[in-house]
Design a protein around this ligand. Structure first.
Ligand code: FAD
Length: 427
């Protein structure tokens, strides 16, 4: 019997629980969740900053946010989204509803200890061949701390809660508002303001478009070498990256300068695994987490797995695959390569990205082929089915359509027919 500790009850933690619970003869486990709900980042919060317990608000959802992937491919393979949920790109509250139903259907709530904040995870060597994990947990309501022992740890604490702030010259003396997209909730406070949005990932584009409905002026600043919005409102424009901020303006790299009231930084997130004791030997540098085999399993301590490290993926199905792989490692049905082979593999993966011309901070970023190659490899190692071709095809199709039309693509509706082909439905 293996004792497993799961940190977080978002999509990854619930998926871990669903598969651990299916093997009661092999696993005994607890999920520790610091909030009072399952669903993680999909639990929209009106408030920003800190919560009632003084912890940073976890969710990065904004009020009107709709998914950027169609629900037809977003769900776990063993629990599809209901078909009658409206269009394909659904409101975030429906994703939360889906995760709550998943937890209920697989009877997972009984395994979750809510209001349980992980303070520290530390490896302890029992004897030369056996290592276990000491976990210090704080009950946020009683304020008591307890210690737990596990044979394995699944870190599922999410990667969209710790904002990354860029170095911008002059920012410290800019008198206007500066917020990170993590703290953006709706366009209401920005009525009549002159706003610069930095970063054109899915959130940056989405947020700048909804701001344009009420703001006096919106400038979307990015270095993507293309225009995101061909048809745009009069008060909306795009500029290259920011060179500096002055007492009242933002200056861009092309020398153009605009009076600005608000700067919204849609500049991504940092990994935060600060509860892992230094003895865990997990290192994060320039957005690269090491030492991880297949972006998941600690190479030196293979009873520790960190989920949610990969970027630009189809999250729920990939979590499903990663959970299956890790549990098969734990139950002994998959034997990992030697430590030196896993290190080689990790290096080869990184080197490949460098050869592709990606910057080193993209160590865990998946391009289209990298994601499916990764899935092919882990499903082969784990001896389970890869993500179906039709799911991959629709994901690739959406990526293409989003590139061409980053706004209206959400108005389309898709259907998967006979598990083999997808249709774009006419409006
Ligand atoms: P989270 O959902 O963040 O869950 C982590 C959980 O761990 C939380 O409940 C947190 O409270 C808990 N936790 C953290 N630290 C501790 C601790 N120390 N102790 C105890 N508990 C802790 N994905 C899609 O598939 N489609 C989309 O359209 C999409 N849009 C997105 C839009 C936004 C704005 C964001 C931020 C993300 C979006 N995602 C989307 C990605 C989304 O993050 C993943 O789909 C997925 O929900 C992540 O799940 P997770 O379990 O890894 O993390």
């Amino acid at each position: 019997m293996k004792r497993v500790g799961v940190i977080g009850a978002g999509a990854a933690g619930l998926c871990a629980a669903r598969h651990l619970a299916a093997r009661p003869e092999f696993f005994i486990f607890t999920v520790f969740e610091q909030t009072g709900d399952v669903g993680g980042t999909w639990c929209y919060q009106d408030n920003v900053g800190t919560d009632e317990f003084g912890l940073p608000v976890h969710s990065s959802m904004y009020k009107n946010m709709r998914t950027n992937l169609p629900k037809e491919i977003m769900g776990f393979p063993d629990f599809p989204f209901p078909e009658n949920e409206g269009g394909s790109f659904i409101h975030h509250s429906k994703v939360l509803g889906y995760l709550q139903k998943y937890a209920k259907y697989f009877d997972l709530i009984k395994y979750v200890q809510f209001y349980s904040h992980i303070l520290e995870v530390k490896p302890v060597t029992v004897d030369r061949s056996h290592l276990h994990w000491e976990v210090k947990v704080k009950n946020l309501r009683s304020r008591e701390s307890t210690q737990h022992i596990f044979d394995a740890i699944m870190v599922c604490n999410g990667r969209y809660a710790c904002p990354s702030f860029p170095d911008i010259k002059g920012l410290e003396s800019f008198p206007g508002w500066v917020i990170h997209s993590h703290d953006y909730r709706s366009n209401v406070p920005y009525k009549g303001k002159r706003v610069v949005v930095l970063g054109a990932g899915p959130s940056g584009v989405d947020i700048s478009v909804e701001l344009a409905e009420v703001a006096e002026q919106v400038i979307l600043s990015h270095n993507m070498n293309k225009k995101f919005l061909e048809k745009c409102p009069q008060n909306f424009s795009e500029e290259v990256g920011i060179s500096k901020v002055t007492q009242s303006t933002v200056r861009f790299l092309n020398g153009r300068e605009f009076e600005t009231d608000v700067l919204i930084l849609c500049t991504g997130y940092n990994y935060d695994v600060s509860f892992l004791h230094p003895d865990c030997k997990v290192f994060v540098q320039d957005q690269r987490m090491q030492p991880l085999y297949k972006h998941l399993i600690h190479i030196e301590f293979p009873t520790l797995a960190i989920f949610g490290v990969l970027k630009t993926i189809l999250p729920f199905p990939i979590y499903h695959q990663q959970v299956l792989l890790f549990l098969r490692v734990l139950d002994g049905s998959v034997i990992l390569p030697s430590e030196s082979e896993m290190k080689e593999d990790e290096k080869a993966d990184f080197d490949l990205r460098m050869q592709m011309g990606l910057p080193s901070r993209y160590a865990h970023k998946m391009t289209r082929d990298l994601q499916w190659n990764y899935d092919d490899v882990i499903s082969k190692i784990g001896k389970f089915s890869p993500i179906p071709k039709v799911v991959r095809d629709l994901y690739n199709h959406i990526n293409d359509v989003r590139q061409k039309n980053p706004i209206d693509y959400k108005d389309h509706c898709y259907k998967i027919v006979n598990n083999s082909t997808f249709l774009k439905l006419e409006d």
